[in-house]
Design a protein around this ligand. Structure first.
Ligand code: FAD
Length: 384
């Protein structure tokens, strides 16, 4: 049997990999299992927007702490962190009112932000449409990462830096039970590994481990449609660009006094029905990620979400994108669907099945923003 470790982690998405990072940093011996050849789920299918300004409660603090850890890692290796800020563009007086209120909340937290006029926005991002952009709230310190690179580079960094780290991709964990002094997992090949603790960061994979627990968990899975354009290096639109429908959607705005009385204008009703808000993120190669939409199914019916991408939903998103910017948003290279689990009543699912087996999943749409900070606290609570 392989050497007993301090920690076994199941799943090498953002939650699993950053649990490994913090455990290794503190000198623990870690084995990380990933069922796929390399992670291919939510952690690589997203925008890579690290938008602490969109978080509320403790998730704001985790977001802030995550930005710190992303920068520390970036100093060691180019893990794709870019600091171009985040902007929320208000398109009508209601949205303007809300960004003014959020500015006040952020000032109280001493979190740097600036209100920008239409003229200032057009100077900074000339492809915005002046008739859409009435005013904006800009967070200059915020960052983005390249989702198609970040997690692989962090895994490379961990492998290169920590001799006590074992990473086993292509290895599915099919069983996990307590032992006399810890816990053990069994791989699909029948190999047994032991550790003091096992943390299960299985993302939206609920059929392999503890299926009955997940069936009764109240978890919901969201399907998001995403698009990526051809490279357009000449188009000036750097940073995390979030728009009116995001102001009407993100958690931090729910803390604003006027949020509860926001009415949905007629022209946004169909978009809201499909959970659409429009975000843009320019990649290093000049391409743009544009999205997204949200469809939901409970944990027993996730297969009903399907594998296909709806042309109708993409068309709704592209039309709204054209109301916001004037560049070739239809110059598409690829489209895809991403999936993430969330819980209807909890902001994350933390199930401690024993003193040694711990489930950490369903972080929802905030995993790229807050996992690095959240997992630091999680490791401290589990071990120190
Ligand atoms: C389209 C889209 C856009 C998003 N945009 C953003 C954004 O801009 N900013 C932001 O903050 N968040 C964003 N998110 C959310 C973010 O991507 C997720 O919160 C985060 O990636 C979740 O990470 P995870 O580790 O929990 O899950 P996952 O990335 O799903 O990782 C779980 C891993 O566990 C593995 N696994 C599962 N079971 C087993 C097993 N039994 N044995 C071995 N391995 C196993 C899986 O193969 C998988 O690799 C977005 C999500 C999507 C889908």
């Amino acid at each position: 049997m392989p050497e007993k470790k301090d920690l076994i982690i199941v799943g090498a998405g953002a939650l699993g990999t950053f649990h490994a990072f913090h455990a290794l940093r503190q000198g623990l011996k870690v084995t990380l299992f990933e069922k796929d050849q390399y992670p291919v789920n939510a952690t690589v299918r997203n925008f890579g927007q690290v938008v602490t300004s969109g978080m509320s409660g403790r998730w704001f603090d985790y977001g802030r702490r995550s930005m710190y850890w992303y920068q520390i890692l970036q100093e060691k290796m180019d893990i794709s962190v870019r600091r171009h800020g985040t902007v929320y563009i208000a398109s009508d007086p209601d949205e303007q009112q809300i960004i003014h209120e959020l500015k006040q909340i952020m000032d109280n937290k001493a979190y740097d932000s600036k209100l920008l006029s239409t003229a200032q926005c057009l100077e900074k991002w000339p492809v915005l449409r002046g008739d859409y952009c009435r005013e904006a709230l800009f967070f200059p310190e915020e960052i983005s990462v390249a989702p198609e690179h970040m997690i692989y580079r962090v895994l490379d960094y961990l492998k290169e830096t920590y001799p006590q780290f074992t990473y086993l991709p292509h290895t599915t964990i099919v069983d996990c039970t307590d032992t006399a002094s810890g816990a053990k997992v069994v791989t699909n090949a029948g190999h047994v590994f032991e550790a003091e603790k096992v943390v299960i960061c299985n993302g939206g994979e609920f059929k392999l481990l503890f299926p009955d627990l997940f069936k009764a968990s109240g978890i919901v899975v969201s399907k998001l449609q995403m698009m990526r354009t051809q490279p357009m290096p000449e188009v000036e639109l750097k940073g995390n660009i979030l728009t009116g429908l995001t102001i009407r959607r993100y958690e931090s705005f729910e803390e604003c006094p006027s949020f509860g009385s926001l009415q949905t204008p007629e022209h946004l009703k169909e978009l809201k029905k499909w959970g659409i808000h429009i975000l843009f993120k320019k990649a290093d190669d000049g391409s743009f990620i544009i999205g997204d939409s949200h469809e939901y199914a409970d944990v027993l019916h996730t297969d009903d979400l399907g594998f296909s991408v709806s042309a109708y939903i993409n068309e709704l998103m592209l039309k709204e994108a054209e109301r916001i910017v004037h560049f070739g948003v239809r110059n598409l290279d690829r489209v895809w669907a991403g999936f993430y689990p969330l819980h209807k009543k909890k902001d994350i699912v933390e199930e401690d099945l024993s003193a040694h087996i711990h489930i950490r999943t369903a972080i929802g749409g905030k995993g790229m923003t807050s996992s690095a900070g959240y997992t630091e606290e999680s490791i401290n609570k589990l071990f120190f």
